[in-house]
Design a protein around this ligand. Structure first.
Ligand SMILES: Nc1ncnc2c1ncn2[C@@H]1O[C@H](COP(=O)(O)OP(=O)(O)OP(=O)(O)O)[C@@H](O)[C@H]1O
Ligand SMILES: [Mg+2]
Length: 400
């Protein structure tokens, strides 16, 4: 087989035989070389190169297919090798890597063949690349469709999250912070007494009252690697994903697994598998799980009520009048002097907004501000927002 046609000929093979075929042909070509094969998701050679851990020199004899991804105006384009034969310079070693991407059981799969000068170099190289991409380097790893991705936007959002903007009853806010701080500080004590240092915390409550904001502020505060689960759905099945998530968490511990809207991530078929992973008593030492839900009733009582699973539950309820006042004041203070509410206005609107969530209050402020802009007269905001609050209140009653 010519090198120029190597990949195109491989792609003519059906998925069942393709990996075998490529392996056999490479073996014929390099009978003395120990070739390392796999489809390891962590073998992210592109990320390794971006981090300047190696240099990729494309082999020009054949056509390398590179996929280029646009990630928005402010970010550089990102490339990924789909089908390619590369020569990689890593720590004074030249190592060839062949990538072939094909459809296996309906899903795209990228196989790699590492052709090193010796078994030891090949294995060390595989370790180095996989370790690099599996480590969370001051980034947030997001798990979606069975893959891990580093999410820079979420990382930026978390970096700027703080407890300061959160208006919550003091005992709730300080209670959560103190709970995490105490737990982190108690690591050696847990070890001394032979108790696995693990924790599950669940934030419960109706939409728009700060659960997600609190999760981000906690992640930022703890400065631990964070594995953020968007979905367990994957081509290999949810159970395989769960296994993968917990396996990674155990590798990089201490770390935090975040599962927002956990009731949508787990269903009756996958629940018991999930609980087994979560319960893994000794293995989960160093793994913290932080989950949120709007619907605790949808969760199995075995998950919510067994202390070894979610040790602590915190309830994020609708804001009380004093919290609504506080929220309106914070917003008002940020506005142009002409658009601010008076003290009486704040008290009155707080009274009118019973059963509003914080997110709904935010909506009220923003829509009132837009209306006020149509006629930006000093002192008019009280009247604009009061009227809007009454309308929204009526709409809410109609929905009830
Ligand atoms: N306690 C709060 N203090 C200040 N602002 C808040 C608070 N709760 C919510 N907000 C505002 O409402 C927005 C939505 O809040 P958040 O996403 O944290 O709600 P949530 O409880 O996670 O809701 P959901 O259950 O729908 O996911 C926030 O971006 C913030 O602007
Ligand atoms: Mg949320």
């Amino acid at each position: 087989m010519n090198k120029e046609n190597f990949i195109s000929e491989a792609l003519y093979q059906c998925a069942d035989v393709l990996p075998y075929y490529v392996g056999q042909k490479l073996n014929e070509r390099y009978p003395e070389t120990p070739i390392i094969t796999g489809e390891e998701i962590d073998f992210d050679l592109e990320a390794f190169e971006r981090a300047k851990q190696c240099e990729i020199v494309s082999v020009t004899e054949l056509h390398n297919q590179v996929k280029t991804e646009w990630r928005g105006t402010e970010k550089p384009l990102r490339t990924r090798y789909e089908n390619a034969w590369l020569s990689v310079l890593w720590q004074d070693h030249f190592i060839d890597v062949v990538f072939v991407t094909f459809i296996e059981e309906g899903y795209r799969t990228r196989y790699h063949w590492i052709i090193p000068e010796s078994q030891t170099v090949g294995e060390k190289f595989l370790h180095a690349v996989c370790e690099w991409s599996s480590e969370v380097r001051s980034e947030i790893l997001v798990f979606e469709d069975g893959w891990w991705e580093k999410d820079e936007d979420l990382f930026a959002a978390i970096k700027s999250a703080s407890f300061d903007n959160l208006i919550l009853p003091d005992e709730l806010k300080q209670g959560i912070i103190a709970d995490f701080d105490r737990f982190i500080a108690a690591r050696t004590a847990y070890q001394e007494y032979g108790i696995p240092w693990k924790r599950g915390v669940l934030f419960v409550g109706p939409p728009g009252n700060g659960k997600t904001q609190m999760v981000k502020a906690i992640v930022n505060h703890l400065k631990l690697p964070c594995l953020y689960i968007k979905t367990f759905y994957s081509r290999c099945g949810a159970e395989a994903s769960m296994k993968r998530v917990f396996a990674r968490a155990r590798r990089i511990k201490p770390c935090l697994i975040v599962m927002e809207d956990i009731d949508t991530l787990i269903n009756e078929h996958t629940r018991s598998f999930f609980l087994n992973e979560l319960d893994g008593f000794a293995e989960n030492d160093g793994v913290m799980v932080l989950a949120t839900t709007n619907y605790p009733k949808k969760l199995d009582p075995a998950m919510v009520n067994r202390p070894s699973r979610f040790d602590r539950k915190y309830h994020f309820g609708l804001p009380q009048k004093n919290e609504r006042e506080k929220y309106l004041r914070v917003w008002s203070d940020k506005l142009h002097a002409d658009a601010r509410l008076t003290d009486e206005g704040i008290t009155q609107i707080a009274k009118l907004t019973k059963k509003f969530s914080f997110a709904y209050l935010k909506e009220l402020v923003l829509s009132s501000l837009m209306q006020w802009m149509e006629n930006p007269m000093a002192g008019r905001m009280n009247q604009v927002m009061t009227k809007r609050a009454m309308t929204l209140q009526e709409q809410m009653k109609l929905k009830e």
